[in-house]
Design a protein around this ligand. Structure first.
Ligand code: NI
Length: 240
């Protein structure tokens, strides 16, 4: 059930049977020469909607902007500062909690959001003691790490990864890009200022080789992430 395609009466009816909601959150940021700027929210949104379908959960509109300060040296990146994003997350939860929601599952597509989400959760728990939040990063499970290692070995890297690019290729085959990628790519993962980021990672990739991505891999990764996140969501609901 998708919030943006529902009426308020339908949301009230949903609340009679569940007080849990899935919130997809991503980012709008550069993903190297072949990755779409929407990669992080495209992945989070599609996975969240599939998890929602399987678990009969309400899925909110996608939070498409995330904390991407370090990518702002590249054209097209839109970032919320950590302090702004903390307030946004807090306000989203506060709004929905007013209506009776008390379990918030954030299905996240961007590593830069993790620290901010955890900060926001702490603030939310202080204000709304009956609320529980859970963070589900779609790429982070043992099974997923295993699959990605099988597919891409040590070329997965940290940003503009073949796995996330593959998922967008599967979801948006008409928007697949091709561009020359230099063989040598900085393998470290340190992040300082936006200027320093661009110097260190000149084409936007961090240790990754997204030219390995294929539509078929994307389907495999997408389907595994749904399976893993359905488990995490059900585990969250079953928590005492
Ligand atoms: Ni990404």
């Amino acid at each position: 059930m998708l919030l943006h395609l529902s009426t308020w009466q339908e949301v009230e009816a949903y609340l009679q049977r569940s007080q849990a909601v899935i919130i997809p959150i991503g980012s709008t940021e550069q993903h190297g020469p072949t990755g779409l700027i929407g990669t992080d929210f495209i992945c989070a949104e599609a996975i969240a909607r599939a998890v929602g379908e399987t678990t009969d959960a309400l899925v909110t509109s996608t939070l498409t902007l995330g904390m991407a300060e370090h990518h702002t040296g590249f054209a097209g990146t839109i970032s919320l500062k950590p302090s702004t994003l903390t307030l946004v997350i807090h306000d989203v939860v506060r709004s929905l909690a007013k209506h009776g929601f008390n379990r918030f599952f954030f299905l996240n597509g961007h590593g830069g959001n993790i620290a901010v989400l955890k900060t926001a959760f702490t603030e939310i728990y202080n204000e709304l003691p009956d609320v529980r939040c859970r963070l589900g990063n779609w790429w982070a499970s043992n099974e997923m790490y295993k699959l990605v290692r099988e597919l891409y070995g040590n070329q997965e890297g940290y940003h503009a990864t073949p796995s996330e690019v593959a998922v967008t290729m599967y979801l948006y085959p008409d928007s697949i890009k091709s561009a020359p990628l230099s063989e040598s790519v900085n393998k470290d993962s340190r992040i300082y200022s936006p200027e320093e980021f661009r110097k260190r990672y000149p084409d936007g990739r961090m240790g990754s080789n997204p030219s390995l991505a294929t539509i078929e891999n994307g389907k495999q990764i997408f389907e595994l992430s749904i399976k893993e996140l359905v488990e995490q969501y059900n585990d969250f609901l079953a928590e005492v």
